[in-house]
Design a binder for this molecule. Structure first.
Ligand code: FAD
Length: 419
């Protein structure tokens, strides 16, 4: 019987421990918090988007870094298997828009309870309030973990296998403070520099802050790299459609969070917001012309109510450079066409992203080049496994990141129990 330590009682840790215990191992989870699944609790705005019910072959399109690394893990324990697991254990699920899967109860606590009950039933020992300080190896094989629990003396305990499921660095108040990167580095693993992802953008232009609180639906957002080469190519690194929100620092909302997956802090980016993506520039010009013809004697500032929400009107007037008091019949064709271009391509400069405190996930992490994708075992240290967000894999929103945790956790737990 293998003696296995699992570091972290989050999504990946609980799945790994459960699978290992069911495969006949003696398993202990070490968790620095006083309860399981502190991060799962806040997922999906407290509802937990537990996975995505997409065709499993489509799953990999939503993974932004190293999708191929995940093939074995995902095919070993895919989204259907995850749904079956929760349903069979009494937590009923429902599928919403975009194939997002949630518990019927809309309570993430039901996901945690179902999983944790299964973990306990399988005989896993869970040591809460226990902070793992280091993982040791001797002769290229994992040998022990050292941990502290409150005021008790520091303990060094030997294990046959260690599965690191300590998460990334985002929302550090949930316990994910990047400790796993340190364990990995201390055991000669490379770590791809972690960075916040699925995170809001800070925007240079002051007018964004004037719009704080304004939410826009059905808009288009394109993100371009600023380098000369990229400008020549004119191909956006991201082209999305959906909902966004102006904040006191810039922009947020689903459309922006997805865009942030493509952000690299070494590069500079600008954004073009399309306020009327359903219309071509020509169609929009006709529409604006019609509005102008219907209110020939009105001033420019009084003709825009049908085009934009009221908060946006003063900003659009200012950016257009057209005198707000100018009578519509005095607006030149050139001015009107410039205005139409602005509506279709409202420019913003990305100054950076918000920090880990506001990032849904961490991109970067333990390099997958040094992990066997068929087992999740380290290629450097025998008996050492990694699963979940600690790895250099990340995906868009929609339940994909939790699926990565379930799949990699399951495979690690299974393989760690093998001879
Ligand atoms: C606000 C928010 C909403 C999200 N919503 C969704 C969603 O709806 N759907 C989705 O798919 N994904 C969502 N995610 C992402 C998803 O939650 C994570 O990708 C997933 O939880 C990662 O699981 P994990 O087990 O790898 O890590 P974590 O869940 O971070 O768990 C790691 C655990 O390890 C423990 N730990 C760390 N270091 C040590 C140590 N030294 N000793 C002992 N214990 C340690 C931590 O306390 C923690 O409990 C969301 C994330 C956030 C922040």
């Amino acid at each position: 019987m293998k003696k296995i330590a699992v570091i972290g009682c989050g999504a990946a840790g609980m799945m790994a421990a459960l699978t290992a215990a069911k495969s006949g191992s003696s398993v202990t989870i070490f968790e620095k918090n006083e309860k399981p699944g502190k991060k799962i609790y806040i997922t999906g705005k407290g509802r937990c988007n537990v996975t995505n019910a997409c065709d499993v072959t489509d799953f990999f399109n939503y993974v932004k870094r190293n999708p191929r690394f995940l093939y074995s893990a995902v095919y070993d324990f895919d989204n259907s298997a995850v749904m079956e697991f929760f349903e069979n254990n009494g937590c009923h699920l429902k599928i919403e828009r975009g194939d997002r899967v949630f518990p019927v109860s809309d309570h993430s606590s039901d996901i945690i309870k179902t999983l944790y009950d299964a973990v306990k039933k399988a005989g896993v020992e869970v040591s809460f309030g226990t902070n793992v300080l280091s993982v040791e190896a001797s002769n290229g094989t994992v040998s022990a973990v050292t941990y502290e629990n409150g005021d008790n003396p520091i303990v060094r305990e030997e294990f046959d296998r260690v599965i690191v499921c300590s998460g990334g660095m985002s929302y550090p108040s949930t316990g994910s403070t990047g400790d796993g990167y340190r364990f990995a580095k201390e055991l000669s693993h490379s770590v791809v520099t972690p960075a916040p992802s699925l995170v809001p953008f800070e925007i240079k232009e002051d007018w964004c802050r004037d719009l704080q609180g304004l939410s826009l639906k059905n808009v288009g957002l394109k993100m371009y790299e600023k380098s000369e080469k990229a400008v020549k190519k004119k191909k956006p690194v991201y082209d999305g459609f959906g909902e966004m929100l102006f904040t006191h620092f810039g922009i947020s909302g689903p459309l922006v969070l997805t865009g942030s997956c493509y952000y690299d802090k070494e590069k500079e980016y600008y954004l073009l917001l399309d306020l009327k993506p359903a219309l071509t520039e020509e169609q929009l010009d006709k529409r604006v012309l019609r509005d102008f013809e219907e209110g020939l004697n009105k001033s420019f500032k009084n003709i825009l109510g049908g085009l934009f929400p009221s908060k946006l009107i003063p900003v659009m007037i200012k950016l257009s450079g057209i005198d707000p008091e100018k009578k519509v019949n005095e607006i030149t064709r050139q001015e009107r066409q410039g205005f139409v271009k602005l509506i279709k391509n409202l420019p913003m400069t990305v100054q950076g992203t918000r920090g880990f405190n506001e990032a849904i996930i961490t991109k970067g992490g333990v390099s997958v080049k040094e992990i066997n994708p068929s087992t999740m075992e380290s290629k450097i240290v025998k008996g050492l496994f990694f699963a979940g967000e600690v790895l250099d894999v990340d995906a868009e929103t929609g339940g994909f990141n939790l699926q990565i945790a379930w799949s990699t956790g399951h495979l690690a737990g299974l393989c760690a129990s093998e001879e």
